[in-house]
Structures are given as C-alpha cells and as structure tokens.
Design a protein around this ligand. Structure first.
Ligand SMILES: NC(=O)c1ccc[n+]([C@@H]2O[C@H](COP(=O)([O-])OP(=O)(O)OC[C@H]3O[C@@H](n4cnc5c(N)ncnc54)[C@H](O)[C@@H]3O)[C@@H](O)[C@H]2O)c1
Length: 326
C-alpha cells in the first residue's frame, strides 16, 4: 500500500508518515515548507523520515496544478491519502485570511481533483477540526450537531473542506472520511499552539498570555492516540450506503474536557517553574470549551485514546527540552 501524506513536514503529517513507514508502507510525502512557523522544525521532522526506506518527499504546494498532476502521474500506485496540509491556526486567520483561502479552499479542490483520477484510490482521509462546532454550548460535541455558525475563517474553511469531500465522494464514488481533530499535542508539536508557547515561556521565565481569564476548557488529544486512530480509520473506508455517498465524519478527541489552568499546573510541575500569568480577555474567533463525543469512531474503527495530560504533557516537555537543549 502506498499512501500520499500531504503536509508531511507538519506536526501530525510527520507522525503519520513515520508510523506508516514503521508499518512497512510506502509513503509519498508532500509539503510546501512555508514559513508560518519555524522552517527548521519542519526540516528536522523531514530529516527523521528521509533516512527510512519507502519514503519519497516532494516540496510541492497542493494548489500547484501542474505539480500536482505530475505527482499523481508519477505515482499511480497511491491507494490512500492522508490530507494534513492546511493553513492551520484560528488567530492567524484574522491576520492573513487569504492564506486560508489559497490552501484550505483552492488547494483542497486541486488535491481532490487529482486524487479522483487515481485508479487505485481506496480511501481519502481529511483532517478537519473541532473549530467547526463554533461556540456551541451543548456538550459533548457530536458529528450530528449543526455546524453552520463557524466563529473564525479557519473554521469556515475546514467546514468547507468537509463539504467538498462529500461532493467528491458523491460524484466520483471516492471513499472519503473527514476527521475532526480536537487540540492535538505532543512531541514534534506545533509552535503556534498554546501548550508549546506556554512551555517555551515558562522555561524562559517569561509571562504567558492566558485568555478568557483562564476560563477555558479543551479536549486535549495526545499525538500517539491520534496517529493510531487515523491509521485504523485509513483501513476502514466508508461504503456507499444505498443511495448515499461513501463518506464518513468522526470526532478525534480524548473525550475529556480539561481546565486550561490544570493544564498549566502540569507544565509548572514538570518544568519545576512557576508560570507568570498575564490574564487576557477572550480572543475573537476563539471558543471557550471543546469536548468530543467519540462513540462512533470507537465503534466503527476502534479509536481508543488512552493518554491523559498527566502523561502526555511530560512527554512533550521532555522532547522540547531535548530538541532546544534547554
Ligand atoms: N494540531 C491540532 O491541534 C489540529 C487540530 C484540528 C485540526 N488540525 C488539522 O490537522 C492538520 C495538520 O495539522 P498540524 O497541527 O500538523 O499543522 P502543521 O501546520 O504542523 O502542518 C501542516 C503542514 O502543511 C504544510 N502546508 C501548508 N500549506 C500547504 C500547501 N498549500 N501545500 C503543501 N503543504 C502545505 C505546512 O508547511 C505544514 O508543514 C491540518 O489540516 C490542521 O488544520 C490540527
């Protein structure tokens, strides 16, 4: 089985590519290596992958039509796609909305267009986001809930991505699954995310910005649980259901909503340093709470998250201290 991983130099794409290679799969990987955050970190992730056999990398933008057409022409053997490439981040979507339109809308159409021509394609898996639930107060979030009130442009593009996936599943009988990830964290993580910035600043003795006066709750999902879940999902493509498209939608969360202040307490304990907290009001585009209902993912492909923050955060902090030698 050959799997195309988009965004393979990114946090989640890297972990997925590494796990696929460890399982003896061939991986065709692409990433445009943009400078939204440290390019050195993206290259360091790729260095880990490139030493393994079965790994082929192209620096390529998913919105590049001729580049993408050549990629699939050169790799007709691709049977699965893990589409992780995106312009991520809620707050940055207020600063640079066009980056979201270019990758998450235009780029995604381009990717789906070339993938539908892959004759051996068995399953296309798309990374969506819990942000599509907006400011919903009914918890936990279920894939049956309405998602027509996104509170950030990032969320809008992710919901649009899901709808595009449905259309392609319907039109071309291409099995597609969209997975809504809930705050994924862990080693080789993403420097724009709160857990990463908190760790960096607490270790450096700098104040940390905590929004909504700390009254935030998140369903934090550890990367190894996500990786196992996505790979199980990849092996379980949805079937065409009578007259409906072969499309499925799931939450990938930990099914535990943690208080942000408890999360910070674990960072303090693990680093041995007290956080200097600068409380700030709620940020535009942000949501107060996330909490995933994961029953259908458990039932349909055995998704089974087992890692709480007391175990996962120390693993991240250990990696961080080794990587930055701090
Ligand atoms: N990390 C989370 O908590 C989280 C939560 C919800 C959803 N997601 C989604 O999961 C996916 C992976 O997230 P991540 O945390 O690994 O983010 P990431 O930013 O680390 O990885 C995304 C990768 O995609 C690449 N990329 C961006 N635009 C591209 C383009 N046009 N062409 C090719 N490559 C491009 C980037 O260079 C980056 O390496 C994204 O779709 C993100 O929206 C992540």
């Amino acid at each position: 089985m050959t799997v195309l991983v988009t965004g393979a130099a990114g946090f989640i794409g890297f972990h997925l590519a590494r796990a696929l290679l460890e399982n003896g799969r061939e991986v065709v990987a692409i990433d445009n290596l943009n400078d939204y955050y440290e390019v050195t970190l993206k290259k360091a992730r790729l260095d880990q992958l490139s030493s393994q056999s079965g790994f082929t990398f192209y620096q390529l933008d998913i919105a590049d039509q001729s580049g993408m057409e050549k990629l699939v022409a050169d790799h007709p053997e691709i049977t699965g796609v893990l589409h992780m490439a995106a312009q991520a981040g809620v707050r940055y979507s207020l600063e640079n909305p066009m980056a979201y339109a270019e990758t998450n809308l235009q780029g995604q159409v381009q990717l789906l267009e070339v993938c539908r021509r892959l004759k051996k394609m068995e399953h296309f898996v798309f990374a969506s986001s819990s942000s599509v639930y907006g400011g919903r107060k009914d918890l936990p979030f279920s894939v049956e809930d309405r998602t027509d009130k996104p509170v950030s442009l990032y969320a809008t593009t992710k919901r649009s991505g899901e709808l595009m996936c449905y259309s392609y599943a319907h039109l071309y009988d291409m099995p597609v699954t969209a997975l809504r990830f809930f705050t994924v964290y862990g080693p080789w993580g993403r420097p724009d995310m709160a857990y990463y910035m908190f760790t960096r600043d607490v270790l450096a003795g700098k104040p940390i910005n905590v929004f909504n006066n700390g009254e935030m709750r998140r369903d934090f999902t550890y990367i190894d649980d996500v990786t196992r879940g996505v790979l199980c999902c990849l092996k379980s493509p949805p079937q065409r259901d009578q007259d409906d498209a072969p499309f499925a939608l799931y939450n990938i969360g930990n099914n535990r909503s943690e208080n942000l202040m408890d999360f910070i307490a674990v960072i303090e304990k693990e680093t041995g340093k007290k956080a200097e907290i600068d409380f700030q009001p709620m940020q535009p585009g942000d949501v107060k709470e996330t909490f995933a209902d994961i029953e259908s993912a458990k039932q349909d492909f055995g998704f089974d998250p087992v890692t709480g923050i007391a175990e996962g955060l120390p693993n991240f902090i250990k990696w961080y201290r080794d990587y930055y030698d701090t």
